[in-house]
Design a protein around this ligand. Structure first.
Ligand code: ADP
Ligand code: ADP
Ligand code: MG
Length: 650
């Protein structure tokens, strides 16, 4: 019989004493901070590029992960377990991305006798795969988005589904994440093209996809949940994450606005059923789409901490990393109090609004974060740091809280005026427009004005990319997008007129001309004086012309992940040529016209610069029989994914 004292000893062993943080950047900082507040020692790991990163300094100990690839470093399960032993840590926090949803790694940690700060490995198995998660949902009486909860095998099934439910539909990778692995298909032709491009017979990955109805004009609403080993369940807050690009979140808020109380209770009820169904122990997020008719569809469960957990913390007043560690320790969760106030999170990425938010690498020259009441900054970068194309483009998060939504909006505007980032482009100018846009800031009766495609449609001037549409690249900004592009290309100077400070904003073209002339007389050009403006623009016009002449150039600095054609192969307009990856975003490069592949200039795993030639085509002008309505050579950015670990690691 185990006496009480034995039980106490056993419990004592299960307390997190020393925590290995198997992640990098801002989330590593976030976890280390709470660990230190709890008196827990911390161990960081770092790849060479991160040697001087802030989180490495902040941890009590740090271990190098030698190697160049994600696989060698942040995804190197065995090395991480080895470091767990060497450091004497007795727990692992995976952060988000990387190994956070990998059941095998969670198992290895547990087998090593350490505490996994996350749900048990079986919950990761049940929920990590989107098809299994849909099945769990059905069993829990939670309706998923209409779809087929089976891997794709036959074109016929896809066409039948589309004809029953109507186009557009979404093809989703079952292991997708972070917006990757999602393709919108708008007609039979597009469906056939998708099927061909991914057909297993051609070495594709068709069976890793499933089909879902495309829910238009809906909001992305989610619940931040927690459940402990005693079966207590709580929703710390709801969140709305409808401002997205490439199916990935940019702006989030808590609590989710404009929802009737019945919808909120339905979301909570569904979430509780999902968590109970898999005996989930830990923190996690249930994601839903809410239609303008307030119908709720289940999307997925993210069995980990999420980027946007911050806004829930702000309105529920709890430290969610502390909650995670307490639950992993076998303790009780804190039942969430009624949310107080309203909080927004703005992801500060190195993406250029002038080129439809294409990620861009570079070196941070200057940063001035906002401060003052209600401002929280979570970041892991400093001036001088390089934003590498190898990693995610997110540099930090600005989290703004006030007593209600309107006051939070006003506070965001004020904070954005204080925020300065120089050296890499950022969406700051776009955020200023959004927080001054009545469609975003105000409730409009029963209709949602903002939905998940709102940002792309209104500000980036593009429909979500589709297979049919011949890939309106993130590069070719049509009507509305050009507006923002034009606005981006200006620079500001402070001058004094009669001893009074005056700010002068001048179109960049004029500045360039003046400075060109000025430089001859020794004038010095200020370094990147405009807040958040872009240095790294992609020359879309050039890419277009190159396409017509048969030269297919890379739209961005990237790594080649797949070449889908061979020299001498005939291709039709719209066929997939090359897959690129940059900053965790996949870009599919399609044939702009019919022709024959003349020469391939790159090979898989090689790096390419923006504008570098990938492939040349002998253009087959006379026999041009278009398959779609593609008009330009370009890459369809983002909405598709390659074979990657969830969370984007390679
Ligand atoms: P991820 O794992 O990449 O987060 P999700 O399934 O959560 O994948 O979807 C991410 C985003 O893609 C959603 O927030 C939404 O904007 C969009 N999306 C996903 N599924 C659908 C759908 N069936 N209809 C419309 N939009 C969708
Ligand atoms: P989701 O979009 O799936 O609901 P998140 O927004 O929390 O959830 O992040 C999605 C995924 O995107 C994460 O699993 C992570 O892999 C990746 N991700 C997003 N931002 C970053 C970042 N700054 N660093 C690393 N990974 C990131
Ligand atoms: Mg998601």
């Amino acid at each position: 019989m185990i006496g009480p004292s034995m039980a106490i000893v056993e419990h004592m062993c299960n307390i997190v004493r020393k925590l290995l943080v198997a992640n990098r950047g801002e989330i590593a900082m976030r976890v280390i901070r709470t660990a230190h507040e709890m008196g827990i020692a911390t161990v960081a790991v770092y790849a060479e590029q991160d040697r001087s990163a802030q989180y490495v300094e902040l941890a009590d100990e740090a271990y190098l992960l030698p190697g160049d690839t994600y696989k060698d470093t942040y995804l190197n399960e065995d090395l991480l377990v080895d470091i767990l032993h060497r450091s004497g840590a007795n727990a692992v926090h995976p952060g988000y991305g990387f190994l956070s949803e990998v059941p095998d790694f969670a198992r290895k940690v547990e087998q090593a006798g350490a505490i996994w700060v996350g749900p048990h490995p079986q919950a990761l198995v049940d929920l990590g795969d989107k098809i299994t998660a849909r099945r769990v949902a059905k069993a829990a009486q939670v309706p998923p988005v209409p779809g087929v909860s089976e891997p794709v095998r036959e074109l016929r099934t896809l066409l039948d589904f589309a004809h029953t439910y109507g186009y557009p539909v979404m093809m989703k990778r079952t292991d997708g994440g972070g917006g990757r692995g999602i393709t919108v298909v708008r007609d039979d032709d597009g469906m056939r093209r998708f099927f061909m491009n991914h057909d297993a017979m051609q070495g594709g990955d068709l069976d890793e996809y499933f089909i879902e109805k495309f829910i238009d004009k809906a909001r992305h609403v989610e619940t931040q949940c927690g459940r402990d080993r005693f079966g207590s369940f709580t929703v710390y807050s709801t969140r709305d994450c409808s401002v997205q690009r490439r199916n990935q979140k940019l702006i989030e808020e808590a609590p989710a606005p404009f929802l009737p109380a019945e919808v909120t209770s339905q979301l909570e009820m569904y979430s509780r059923s999902l968590f109970n169904k898999v005996d989930y122990i830990g923190l996690g997020t249930c994601e839903f789409m809410v239609t303008p008719q307030r119908k709720v569809y289940f999307l997925e469960v993210n069995p980990r901490l999420q980027v946007e957990h911050t806004v829930s913390e702000e309105v529920c007043g709890l430290d969610l990393v502390r909650e995670q560690i307490t639950i992993a320790d076998g303790g009780h969760l804190t039942p969430a109090p009624t949310p107080r106030g309203h909080s927004f999170e703005l992801r500060i990425t190195s993406e250029d609004p002038a080129t439809n938010l294409t990620p861009s690498a570079g070196t941070l020259e200057r940063i001035v974060w906002p401060s003052g009441p209600g401002v929280r900054i979570d970041t892991g970068v400093e001036p001088g740091d390089t934003i590498s194309p190898k990693f995610d483009s997110m540099m930090g998060k600005v989290v703004i809280t006030a007593q209600d939504r309107a006051k939070a909006v006003a506070r965001v505007r004020r904070a954005l005026d204080e925020l300065v980032i120089e050296g890499v482009p950022t969406p700051i100018s776009l955020y200023k427009r959004i927080f001054n846009d009545d469609e975003f800031t105000t409730e409009h009766g029963s209709m949602f004005t903002v939905s998940t495609k709102w940002l792309e449609r209104k500000y980036l001037g593009r429909e979500p990319s589709t297979v049919r549409a011949g890939q309106p690249a993130s590069l070719s900004a049509p009507a509305a997008g050009q507006d923002s592009a034009r606005e981006e290309k200006s620079e500001s100077f402070v001058i004094e007129v009669d001893d009074r400070r005056v700010k002068l904003t001048v179109p960049s073209d004029i500045v360039n001309n003046l400075m060109g002339a000025g430089r001859a007389r020794g004038a010095k050009r200020p370094t990147q004086p405009l807040r958040g403006s872009g240095l790294h623009t992609v020359e879309s016009g050039k890419a277009k012309d190159l396409g017509r002449s048969g030269v297919i150039a890379s739209p961005m600095q990237a790594v080649v992940t797949r070449i889908n054609v061979a020299e001498g192969q005939d291709v039709a307009k719209g066929d997939l040529l090359v897959v690129l990856e940059s900053m965790k975003m996949e870009n599919y490069v399609y044939a702009p016209v019919n022709g024959t592949v003349h020469k391939i200039f790159v090979s898989p795993a090689t790096g390419v610069e923006a504008g570098e030639t990938l492939v040349t085509l002998d253009v087959d002008g006379a026999k041009d029989k278009p398959k779609g309505d593609a008009t330009t050579a370009a890459a369809a950015s983002g909405d598709k994914s390659g074979k990657q670990t969830k969370g984007g690691a390679r």
